[in-house]
Every structure is written in structure tokens, then in C-alpha cells.
Design a protein around this ligand. Structure first.
Ligand code: SF4
Length: 720
């Protein structure tokens, strides 16, 4: 046998928002291995357990390789032309009968920047509906809302190098050791290299992340706003604030100062169930730090008060001037590989490309002119939870789901299933066939996956990487943006056939319009168009190109034309992108969780991630080694709660909420907080017949961000 020539192609890990560089080893047809990219600034060659096994997740019998028309349990293969014709006829018929607001898209933070851009142009520019949301709604929406509310733009002001430069790191609502392992390694290194670094961790659960804490605050679930206001109260009392920064660069201080007067240490300590001395110590560490950096994730975001939690944390940075300088700032850790890129191109129902807003008439006008369309619908579309509720009511009649598994990942699973059952047309575009959502799809479309197409993504620190194509996609699978482009052509023809009246500014027909709007031949041609929408905006990347990224490596935005490099951190000049140029203190009052415990449901349930699994396990579920850490969904429970219930370690139990029940095995853990349970989010019926945690969770959402409250559900437990 001849020797196989192994080549390496640069890419980025498709799991978490750390965005680690990966070199894919392959023979041009199959992936043979991976190694960390030593030159990528996110990881310098390191990979976590998930990243190291990526090549084992790509090839498999469950890959979607051709379009399938689903008829209950069987599927008939179709050529692309016929599949897109059926999809287009379905959409055109519904648009003709009920208008463009009767169709919707539900996409994913796994999509590339090009995919997101074309999907948005299709929905908002061609069809005329803003009903396009993403599973980032379940992840980063509260951070987006918090940044926009406090700082004026959805722009993460920090960089990973700030971890090395801080002397206070405040981790709140983040099990970084599991969710962003390579970021955690960097925190460990910073700790080892700097004896002056103090780390505060606030989390109801004692996790592997809390082991690094100099100060651990085991706060009661949902009390983050009270905690943060309590810290600010002490900062003011002790004079650990930066009065010059407040006076020069912020607004709204007096209202916030008046509000936090009521958050005295004793009251806050009782509300949060922590010691007064620990609260004071947290304020002292933060308030006396030379450079204070906050890192957070879903513990703040996945909440019916997620926006308030984000703004309350940003308040601490504004009050102390801990922003815009090395080692300092509020740094949200993005959940998915391209949640940030999706936000940049307007991948949410209230956004437009280049950090523009649907509600802003000037922004709508700019994008309508850029696209050459008569206008953009002035109403923001529905966010994920209301979108599926509208589907259940029959208002959304067709939905196109892309690279996500809402039957497993959305709250209140029974409602999502009812909604999909009611929809007239469900299209599912994915790289994998056998997801829980697939059972409700009429049409399955095969998408190319990681390493099978060229793309750009943006990680948590605003760094854009160019991902190469290592191997061809299997069968008839195509990059998502190409599917949207080809669908636009098919929809144009179907709309013309249906007699749908043409908008005012037209190209003669819907068909001609589709050809003009979607004249994309490569991922690069999509990027080049999107790039122009950023000109003059805060995320200006007019100085970037595929060639530049290949030559100089991944770059942070902004990177305007003529720049030599991107900017590591934002707001160093103290000027914020608000009308006044000042950052805004927000003053939300602490409010309790949406569904408190009571006599029938006396325990609090938190859901979240495991170290070695990712989302609904389409990839990680293929790798035997990744089950060694945890084989099944275990219910973490404190020994006292278990004893009271007569529940033994390893025993099966039923967990019930007002919406449903699951059957899982108990894991009695001394480190679990009394009265608080934990279930992992990953396991669907393929891996655990009755362990889907979202049978239990509630559809309460944050009124601003629309993000659901995954971090608190009232439940009861019965031994079986
Ligand atoms: Fe992938 Fe995140 Fe692990 Fe890096 S830390 S290898 S991006 S899962």
C-alpha cells in the first residue's frame, strides 16, 4: 500500500465561543486527525477534550447526504431541484395566502458569518419578514441587550490577553472550566504567574471552576442583581469608586446611587444566602483592584431578568472606571463558535447588518438602499419562545430550522412539539439526520459541516478567523448559504407562478429580483458584500479580506480600511457609542425568579453543560471517549435532600415540574447546594429515553432580551 499524504488545513473548533484554532489533518477526502493551531491567539495550540476528538465526529452513517421528503417514518430522497421546488411552493403558497409574516426561520450560532448574512437577506430583504431568530437567543441575547443598554453597542470591549493582565477576575454565572476550558487554562496560568491575582467566583453550584476561587460566593439562584447592587453599595460606602470617570464618561449615576442605598450588606447577604463578610470581601477585591475583569456566561444570561443582571454587572465596571484599559472590563463569554458573527450581520429579529436596528428608521433605510429593496419591515420579528408560541396558535405556518434542535434545546418541550405539529411546513436543514427535531420535519435538507466548506467566524474576543475547506461535503450536502441562495431562486419562480404581486421597486419579476439579490458565487463574494455594510460602523472591517486573514492570521474588529491591525480592547478613550457619548448606568431593582418554589414543587432546578458534551450531542455523541466523564444525565442532589426523600446515590427518580417529568438517576453529591438540583442539558431520547431536561423548564423570558429562564425551575423529586 502507498503512503497517504497527510495535509493540514486551518480551521476553528466548532464548539464553544473560545474559538480555538485547529489544524485539520486529512488526505483530501477524509479527516484523519486534529491538532491545536500553535499560531492561533485564542489557544496557542491547546485543545480541550472535545476539540481533540473533532475528527471522529465528521464521518458517520447519520450524516444527511441528500434531501429527503418525510412522510411520517419514511423518507423519500429527492434531487436538490425538486426539494427546493417543493420548499418554494410551500413558502410561496403561504406567503400568497397569509402574507410574509406567516413564515419564519430559526437558525443557529453554529452557522458561519456568510450563512447568517444570506439567511437574513433572504428573510428581511427578499421575503419581507423579520421572523428570523437563532438559538443564540437561548445563549447570548441577554449579554447583547446588556451591552446595548449600558454601553450603546453590542460590542465586547475586552480581549483574552486581559486575563493575563488583570489582578481581579470576577467569574459570575460561568462554569468556565467546563464551558470554555481553554479560557479556564489561561486563567489558571494567570493565577500561577501572578501572586497578586485574586479570583472571585459567584455561582450557586460548587463546580470545578469554583476550585480556583480565592473567594467563592455560593449565592441563591436568581439573586445576582441583589448581589451586584450590594457590592456597589459597599464600593460607594468605602469610596472605592472612580468619581472622575463617573463624572466624565457616564450618565444615570444619581438614580443608581439612590437605588443601591437600599441594598445594604445585611439585607443583600440574607437575600443571596451568603455571609456579610464574604460580600464585603468581594467588594474590597473588586474595588481595590488595579485592573478588574469580569467573565460571565449563561448564569447571568439565561434568566427572566438576564438583561438586568448584565447591566448590574456592567455598572460595577463603570463605577470603578474598570473598562477600556489593560486587564479590565466586562467580558461576556460567547457560548457558540459564531454567536458573535451572527450578531454582526444582523442575525436576530430586531437587528440588521453592521450592528443596525430594525427599530431605527435610518438603519432600515440604509440597508434597504444597500440591498436595493423598497424597505425593511419596521416591526422586529418574534424571538424564539414567542415564535414557537405563534406557531402553535397557527400564526406562523411555515418554519425553516437550520442547524439546531429546538425539540431538545428550547424550554417547555411539550409546547415546541405542539407548535411543530401544528405548522403546515417544517423544513430542517442540518448536517445530521437523527435529531429529535427531525421527527417533525416535512423536508430534510443536507448541510455541509465543519471542515467541508470555507467560512468566517468571530469568537468571544471579536476575533475573526478564516476557516478552510479540508474535505468535500458528503453526498449532495451543500454549504448553508448556497442552499439559501438556491432557495431564493426557486422562491422567486414560485412567487411569480403564484401571482404574488410584485413590490414597488422590482426587477421585472421575483425571479429577476432573486438573481440580483443573491448573485453570490463563493463564500468570499458573500463576505465582500457584508463587509461593505460595516463601513463607518463600530465593527468596521473594511480593511479585512480572505487574503489578509490568510496572510496575517485571525484579526479582532474593528479593522477599518487602512488599518495595520485590529483593536484589542474598546472604549480606551472613554467615549461610548451612545447619543451623548457617555456610558449609561442602569438601575434595575432586584426581582425574584419567574417561578418560585412552593409546597408542591419545593426544589430549585438548574440546567447546564457537562465538560465533554456539546449541545444535543450530534457530534460529541459519536465519540466513545467523551462518555467516560458522564455516561447519562445524572440529577445532582445534596445528601440532606436525598435523605429526606429516601433517595440513594445511583437510584432512579422522577423529577416533575408543572410542565412535564423526566426519569433519571440520582447522583448524591456533598458539593451540591442544599435545595438546588442540577441536570445536564445535552441528552435527548437517542441517549436517555426519559432524560430531556427541557420537559421541565418554563417558557418565561426576559422582557428585553427574550432569553428563557433555564437557570431556575421549581420541581419535585420522587424515588422510583
Ligand atoms: Fe473547542 Fe471550546 Fe474546547 Fe477550544 S475550549 S477546543 S473552542 S470546545
Amino acid at each position: 500500500a502507498g503512503t497517504v499524504a497527510v495535509r493540514e488545513t486551518r480551521s476553528v473548533c466548532p464548539y464553544c465561543g473560545t474559538g480555538c484554532g485547529v489544524l485539520i489533518q486529512h488526505d483530501g477526502q477524509r479527516m484523519l486527525g486534529v491538532r491545536g493551531d500553535p499560531d492561533h491567539p485564542a489557544n496557542f495550540g491547546r485543545l480541550c477534550t472535545k476539540g481533540r476528538t473533532l475528527h471522529q465526529t465528521v464521518h458517520g452513517a447519520d450524516r444527511a447526504v441528500q434531501p429527503l421528503w418525510r412522510d411520517r417514518d419514511s423518507g423519500s430522497p429527492l434531487p436538490w431541484s425538486e426539494a427546493l421546488h417543493r420548499a418554494a411552493e410551500g413558502f410561496a403558497g403561504i406567503i400568497r395566502a397569509h402574507g410574509p409574516q406567516a413564515v419564519a426561520f430559526y437558525v443557529s450560532g453554529q452557522l458561519t458569518t456568510e450563512d447568517y448574512y444570506v439567511a437574513n437577506k433572504l428573510a428581511k430583504g427578499f421575503i419581507g419578514t423579520n421572523h428570523i431568530d437563532t438559538n443564540s437567543r437561548l445563549c447570548m441575547a441577554s449579554a447583547v441587550a446588556g451591552y446595548k443598554s449600558s454601553l450603546g453597542m453590542d460590542s465586547v470591549p475586552c480581549a483574552y490577553e486581559d486575563i493575563d493582565l488583570a489582578d481581579c477576575i470576577f467569574l459570575i454565572g460561568s462554569n468556565t472550566a467546563y464551558a470554555h476550558p481553554i479560557v479556564f487554562r489561561r486563567i489558571e496560568d494567570a493565577k500561577a504567574g501572578n501572586p497578586n491575582l485574586r479570583i472571585i467566583v459567584a455561582d450557586p453550584r460548587r463546580t470545578p471552576t469554583t476550585s480556583i476561587a480565592d473567594l467563592y460566593l455560593p449565592l441563591k439562584p436568581g439573586t445576582d442583581v441583589a448581589l451586584l447592587h450590594g457590592i456597589l453599595h459597599i464600593l460607594i460606602w468605602e469610596g472605592w469608586i472612580d468619581r472622575a470617570f463617573i463624572d466624565t464618561h457616564t450618565e444615570g449615576w444619581e438614580a443608581l446611587k439612590a437605588l443601591v442605598q437600599d441594598y445594604n450588606p445585611q439585607t443583600v447577604a440574607e437575600t443571596c444566602a451568603i455571609a456579610v463578610a464574604d460580600l464585603r470581601r468581594a467588594a474590597e477585591i473588586f474595588g481595590t483592584a488595579r485592573a478588574a475583569l469580569s467573565l460571565w456566561c449563561q448564569g447571568l444570561n439565561q434568566s427572566a431578568h438576564g438583561t438586568d443582571k448584565n447591566t448590574a454587572l456592567i455598572n460595577l465596571h463603570l463605577a470603578t472606571g474598570q473598562i477600556g484599559k489593560p486587564g479590565a472590563g466586562p467580558f461576556s463569554l460567547t457560548g457558540q463558535p459564531n454567536a458573535m458573527g451572527g450578531r454582526e450581520v444582523g442575525g436576530m429579529p430586531a437587528l440588521l447588518p453592521g450592528h443596525r436596528d430594525v427599530l431605527n428608521p435610518a438603519h432600515r433605510e440604509e440597508i434597504a438602499r444597500f440591498w436595493g429593496v423598497e424597505g425593511i419591515c419596521p416591526e422586529p420579528g418574534l424571538t424564539a419562545v414567542p415564535l414557537f408560541q405563534a406557531m402553535e396558535r397557527g400564526e406562523i405556518k411555515a418554519v425553516w430550522i437550520v442547524c439546531t434542535n429546538p425539540v431538545l434545546s428550547m424550554p417547555d418541550q411539550a409546547q415546541v412539539i405542539r407548535a411543530l405539529a401544528r405548522a403546515e411546513l417544517v423544513i430542517l436543514q442540518d448536517a445530521y439526520l437523527e435529531t429529535e427535531t427531525g421527527a417533525y420535519a416535512d423536508l430534510l435538507l443536507p448541510a455541509a459541516s465543519w471542515g467541508e466548506r470555507e467560512a468566517l467566524v468571530t469568537n468571544s474576543e471579536r476575533r475573526i478567523s478564516h476557516l478552510g475547506q479540508a474535505i468535500p461535503a458528503p453526498g449532495a450536502a451543500l454549504p448553508d448559504w448556497e442552499i439559501f441562495r438556491d432557495f431564493a431562486y426557486a422562491l422567486g419562480a414560485a412567487l411569480d407562478e403564484s401571482g404574488q404581486p410584485a413590490p414597488a421597486i422590482m426587477d421585472g419579476s421575483w425571479t429577476a429580483r432573486a438573481q440580483r439579490l443573491f448573485a453570490f458565487s463563493t463564500a468570499e463574494s458573500v463576505f465582500n458584500e457584508y463587509r461593505e455594510t460595516t463601513r463607518g460602523r463600530d465593527l468596521d472591517i473594511t480593511g479585512l479580506s480572505f487574503a489578509r486573514l490568510d496572510r496575517d492570521g485571525p484579526q479582532q474588529w474593528p479593522f477599518p480600511e487602512g488599518a495595520e491591525k485590529g483593536r484589542a480592547r474598546l472604549y480606551g478613550d472613554g467615549i461610548f457609542p451612545t447619543p451623548s457619548g457617555r456610558a449609561r448606568f442602569r438601575a434595575p431593582a432586584y426581582a425574584p425568579v419567574a417561578e418560585d418554589i412552593d409546597a408542591r414543587y419545593p426544589l430549585r432546578l438548574i440546567t447546564g453543560r457537562l465538560r465533554d458534551q456539546w449541545h444535543s450531542m450530534s457530534r460529541t455523541g459519536k465519540v466513545t471517549a467523551l462518555f467516560q466523564h458522564s455516561e447519562e444525565p445524572l440529577l445532582e442532589i445534596h445528601p440532606r435532600d436525598a435523605q429526606r426523600l429516601g433517595l440513594k446515590d445511583g437510584q432512579l427518580c422522577r423529577v416533575s415540574s408543572r410542565r412535564g417529568k423526566v426519569v433519571v438517576r440520582a447522583q448524591v453529591l456533598a458539593t451540591a447546594p442544599p435545595g438546588v438540583l442540577f441536570l445536564p442539558m445535552h441528552f435527548g431520547t437517542r441517549f436517555a429515553p426519559a432524560g430531556e431536561c427541557n420537559r421541565l423548564t418554563l417558557p418565561a423570558i426576559d422582557p428585553v432580551s427574550g432569553e428563557p429562564e433555564f437557570k431556575h425551575t421549581a420541581v419535585r423529586v420522587e424515588p422510583l
